[in-house]
Write a protein that binds this ligand. Structure first.
Ligand code: ARG
Length: 580
């Protein structure tokens, strides 16, 4: 395993700081804010000046003087109040590329402190088809899962199926209302169950008595009524297999298919613990916990509803205990709509009050909504919520329209073209989502998201395919990779961007923010395009130059592929030309 260029540079600084008697913790460098002037900068002199009460420029000069002697360094300057700007020798950058090109992990180190991370994302509900609102949790969650795995953590993903709340009682009650009993339940498929749930929703809203019956039946189900449990098992199984198909298509992977119902056995224990510790009270027939009103007022947490049913909050609290006790989670991450922030603040607060997860970090990554042009959550033309399946179809239609049909291109049959359409369409949807910071919502751009230019998934897939084709040509012409030689500005810029891959991955892992990888991949693809315009490969006469550029191109391809992998997006070997 080689140290990245940035880490090597940091080491050089650490040594100098040590020799000069300065605290090494300020010896870090970062890519320059002024790439026109320098490659990297170190702002340590400014921090040191405050501690040492000395002029930052003078400290900077002392450091610069030492660094100047380093043969890997082209030039050093101290600018402004004391920024140290460094430009590296081309040979040093080139060596780094050679090392990176040899390394399977592209110079990305594994974490020194691997953790067991439980990731809770997806969060589908029984009887409800996945809709646009479920997209972000699956897409962002899966990308974070891959980033953390790549960094070397043990990640356990759990879909946390919504299979135990009031909707269950509503569906059962609706079936009995319509059929007289539950005997036909096992004949119902997912469409039928979803339709029943929709009708149940309407009826319960209009008729308080129906709602009351549904609540009662939920409580009876939770208390183990055998007939209800049997029917519920079918509803759950049918729903699980339907959402599994959706998640497979989105390439979202779950290690565990547990649900709210699996926490049921632990719910009673939690209620007992709260009672024993004297932190719960009975209010209007419900068992609740009042929270300390320290930072901001928080409503009480309802553990047991007045009808005896367990609520959403208790389920999540009980699940924390199971994830800590059974899965030994060091960290639990929830990738859930940010409109549920209060819910998680309450749940985490109670977990702390009960001492359920003293050494486990609990984190809610709240994401914004997918919006339409009007800035409100994305709707279909008739004003309904768009099904995920329909969204995927829509994206496929867009992509298909710009693709040749079977028979028009050699070597591709209809099935292979359809496979490609799917990879590009899903890539387009995912990238449009992941290029935005998770926190913010975004407008789903129906016109631009699947284009091959601009900041899109297909643009990056296309860049990879283009390099693949260069590599195939090189192989056919027996051109081999050679040592990297950097002699132009475009080669230099490309190499420096490649060299910063690890630090981008590390930042994405630390902040749990896939958009960092998406930004990086887009910039790298753009830089490659600039490089390839001025630095041809096959038509270059000088063999060593051609061999060096070939290696750089292959390295860009590998890094882009890895970046897409971290985003959960496929990289087709080749892309087909559009008809226009
Ligand atoms: N099923 C829930 C919903 O549709 C989301 C679940 C999120 N995860 C959790 N542990 N609460 O709102």
């Amino acid at each position: 395993m080689n140290l990245t260029l940035e880490k090597q540079l940091c080491l050089k600084f650490e040594n100098i700081f040590k020799n000069l008697g300065f605290d090494e913790k300020y010896a870090f460098v970062k890519p320059s804010d002024r790439p026109d002037l320098s490659d990297f900068q170190c702002n340590g002199a400014l921090a040191l000046s405050k501690i040492l009460k000395q002029n930052p420029r003078a400290i900077g000069e002392k450091i610069a003087e030492q660094l100047q002697k380093d043969t890997d360094v082209e030039s050093v300057s101290v600018d402004g109040p004391g920024f140290i700007n460094i430009k590296l020798k081309n040979a040093f950058i080139a060596e780094n590329m050679d090392a990176m090109a040899k390394d399977e992990r592209l110079n990305c180190a594994l974490t020194q402190t691997p953790k067991t991370v439980v990731m809770d994302f997806g969060g589908p509900n029984v009887a409800k088809a996945l809709h646009v609102g479920h997209l972000r949790s699956a897409v962002i969650g899966e990308s974070i899962r891959r980033i953390l795995c790549f960094a070397g953590h043990k990640v356990i993903s759990d879909v946390h199926f919504g299979d135990w709340g009031t909707p269950m009682g509503m569906i059962l009650a609706q079936i009995i209302f319509e059929d007289g009993n539950l005997s036909k339940v096992e004949t119902y498929d997912i469409e039928a169950i979803s339709a029943i749930y929709k009708r149940a929703n309407i009826r319960c809203k209009e008729d308080e008595k129906a709602a009351e019956t549904a609540r009662l039946m939920t409580a009876q189900l939770q208390n183990g009524n055998e007939e209800y449990i049997k029917a519920w098992k079918h509803l759950r199984a049918v729903s699980v297999s339907a959402v599994k198909q959706n998640y497979d298509e989105l390439n979202a992977n779950f290690d565990l298919w547990l649900g709210e119902s699996d926490a049921h056995k632990m719910c009673g224990t939690i209620v007992e613990m709260a009672q024993k510790q004297g932190i719960s009270e009975v209010d209007d027939g419900a068992t609740i916990i009042r929270l300390p009103q320290t930072n901001k007022p928080m409503p009480p947490v309802i553990l047991v509803k007045s009808d005896g049913g367990f609520g959403y909050q208790l389920t999540d609290i009980a699940t924390i205990k199971m994830r800590v006790d059974d899965l030994k989670a060091d960290e639990i991450i929830y990738v859930v709509d940010k409109r549920q922030s209060l819910h998680f603040e309450q749940v985490f607060e109670v977990a702390q009050m009960l001492g359920l997860a003293p050494k486990t970090e609990l984190k809610h990554i709240g994401f914004g909504t997918v919006n339409g042009r009007d800035g409100k959550p994305f709707k279909t033309r008739d004003g309904g919520v768009m099904n995920l399946k329909d969204l995927i179809e829509l994206s496929k239609d867009k992509v298909r329209a710009s693709m040749p049909e079977a028979g028009e291109v050699e070597g591709y049959n209809a099935k292979e073209i359809e496979e490609l359409v799917s990879q590009i369409a899903i890539g387009a949807i995912k990238f449009q989502d992941l290029k935005n910071p998770a926190q913010s919502g975004y407008v789903f751009e129906l016109d631009d998201f699947a284009k091959f230019d601009g900041k899109t998934g297909p643009y990056i897939q296309y860049a990879i395919a283009r390099i693949n084709s260069i590599l195939r040509k090189a192989a056919a012409n027996k051109l081999l990779e050679g040592r990297v030689i950097i002699s132009s500005e475009d080669e230099r810029n490309l190499a420096l961007k490649l060299a910063s891959f690890e630090s981008n991955v590390l930042r994405a892992a630390a902040l749990k923010e896939p958009s960092i990888i998406a930004d990086y991949a887009y910039t790298l693809a753009q830089l490659f395009s600039t490089f390839y315009n001025t630095c041809p490969i096959m038509s270059t006469e000088d063999k060593t130059t051609a061999q060096s550029r070939l290696k750089l191109a292959r390295l860009v391809r590998d890094v882009l592929k890895t970046a897409l992998k971290l985003l959960g997006i496929e990289a087709p070997e080749a892309m087909l030309k559009s008809k226009d």
